[in-house]
Design a protein around this ligand. Structure first.
Ligand SMILES: Cc1ncc(COP(=O)(O)O)c(C=O)c1O
Length: 468
């Protein structure tokens, strides 16, 4: 476990020693500890990291990262090589970065897989643990906190509170919707894309046993084309299930345009926003989306175990989910075992006991993003996307993502000959956290990342590939 240096540690050190306070190379030093050290005149130094291998270049990037996190000369956001710019001033950006203690020691570019840990989210989980400890059991408060998380999500995507349900994962959200459809009706076809995360395919395919007909919109050159939706949707199509951003290469669809085509064919549109929500501004009403689902552990900065699903009220009343439970009932506390009485609202998509701990974290993560401002976050990420694509091309790396920033989400995918997982591990040994998927390494920044961090990652990647 990583050592955390607090102001108490600083005080303890000065009471026993007048030499520098040496901490482990990986230690996280809280801002309060730094202030205390400055006030007391204590110098905190990191011990030399034992070199597991004689590789000066790897050490170079680790040192450079720590310099970046301290606001070193390479941290400023100015990047003359690209057309876009960041909406944040250097000072403001540094302030936001200080909300994420892990950024002092690593370059976190794996937000497509897991967002970075913030003090807010960590404190929110502590709050739950403390409440549990002091109260023993506090269900009324915990259920209230779950409702607060739903309301926060509703606000985040421009929905009404009653149109949002909370579940444990995106798979569960889509299963609940899928299990509520009447496949004996004329419209019993589900059209999904080849860009879906596999779990989405698995859920829909499992519903073939109830009569669902499943068809796929093809991926062509890493993209989905609007005319293919139009070609494959017909009078038997009940729903189109489409990812907003393709998890593999970051390709982003124009949701309003997809919605128009889907609706013109008389079908509903379900969107999996796991690779976009928190990085791309979403408004379910403006974009005319019928069902929108996402989990919280990636760009929403939360933890595993919770996901939300927005469902348009007209559709909710059509669904009779077989994947259900007591929290989906009109009155979950009626305790009537012989009566299935779905809630009128999107809550009918819920199941059993809600994910309380993860809900505490989810609210904190989404609030932080709202405080920063989703439009500015999207603008900063677009800037880093352009920077990453330009930087990869300059280093001779093969980019698998669309070159047009308007057609891409936060992920920039770099093609890797051979085992991409091995490359992910090699980067991780240099404190650079990225995510391998298939034949690519995904460099997936968030609003707290800097262009200098993209440089560090791309330099390291180019060196690793050169040596292979
Ligand atoms: C686009 C997308 N959808 C769905 C999932 C899986 O969601 P869950 O595990 O919550 O079912 C992922 C996971 O990485 C994803 O990237």
């Amino acid at each position: 476990m990583r050592e955390i240096i607090t102001s108490d540690d600083v005080q303890r050190h000065i009471s026993t020693s007048d030499s520098d306070f040496e901490v482990s190379p990986e230690a996280v030093i809280t801002d309060v500890a730094k202030e205390e050290a400055e006030r007391l005149g204590v110098v905190i130094v990191r011990a030399e990291e034992p070199r597991s291998r004689d590789d000066e270049q790897e050490m170079f990037s680790a040192v450079r990262i720590i310099d970046l996190a301290r606001g070193g000369s390479e941290a400023p956001l100015a990047a003359p090589a690209v057309r876009r710019s960041s909406p944040f001033s250097d000072d403001e950006h540094r302030r936001w970065r200080s909300e994420f203690p892990g950024l002092e020691n690593s370059v976190h570019l794996a937000n497509c897989s897991q967002g970075a840990q913030s003090y807010e989210v960590s404190q929110a989980i502590d709050e739950y643990m403390q409440n549990w400890l002091s109260e023993g059991m506090d269900w009324n408060y915990w259920v209230e906190k779950v409702s607060e998380a739903k309301a926060e999500f509703a606000r985040f995507v421009g929905a009404d509170d009653d149109d949002v349900a909370v579940v444990g994962s995106v798979s569960e959200a889509i299963s609940s919707v899928a299990s509520g459809i009447d496949y004996e009706a004329d419209r019993h076809k589900i059209l999904l894309t080849e860009a879906e995360f596999p779990t989405v395919g698995h859920v829909w395919l499992a519903h073939r046993k109830y009569g669902a007909e499943v068809d796929f919109v093809p991926l062509r050159d890493g993209e989905i084309h609007l005319e293919d939706y139009d070609r494959l949707a017909d009078e038997s199509t009940f729903m189109v299930s489409a990812t907003h951003v393709y998890y593999q290469n970051g390709y982003k669809q124009d949701l309003k345009a997809v919605a128009d085509v889907v609706h013109s064919n008389g079908a509903y549109l379900l969107v999996d926003g796991y690779q976009s929500c928190g990085a791309v501004d979403i408004d379910v009403k403006e974009q005319d989306i019928d069902v929108f689902t996402t989990g919280n552990l990636k760009y929403l900065l939360g933890v595993p175990g919770i996901a939300f699903v927005y469902v348009k009220p007209e559709l909710v009343s059509e669904l009779r989910p077989a994947e259900t439970g007591w929290f989906a009932q009109q009155n979950p506390f009626a305790f009537d075992v012989k009566n299935l009485d779905y809630a009128d609202t999107a809550r009918r998509l819920e199941g059993g006991t809600p994910p309380v701990t993860a809900a505490f974290a989810a609210t904190a993560g989404m609030r932080l993003l709202r405080e920063v401002g989703m439009q500015r976050i999207e603008q900063h990420i677009d800037f880093l996307s352009e920077y990453a694509i330009r930087g990869a091309e300059d280093r001779g790396l093969q980019v698998a993502s669309p070159g047009d920033i308007a057609k891409k989400g936060p992920t920039t995918a770099i093609e890797i000959p051979g085992d991409s997982q091995e490359v992910e591990y090699a980067l991780k040994r240099q404190n650079i956290v990225t995510s391998a998927r298939g034949n690519v390494i995904r460099v997936a920044p968030h609003f707290f990342n800097t262009p200098a961090e993209i440089d560090v990652a791309l330099d390291a990647l180019a060196r690793i590939l050169e040596r292979r």
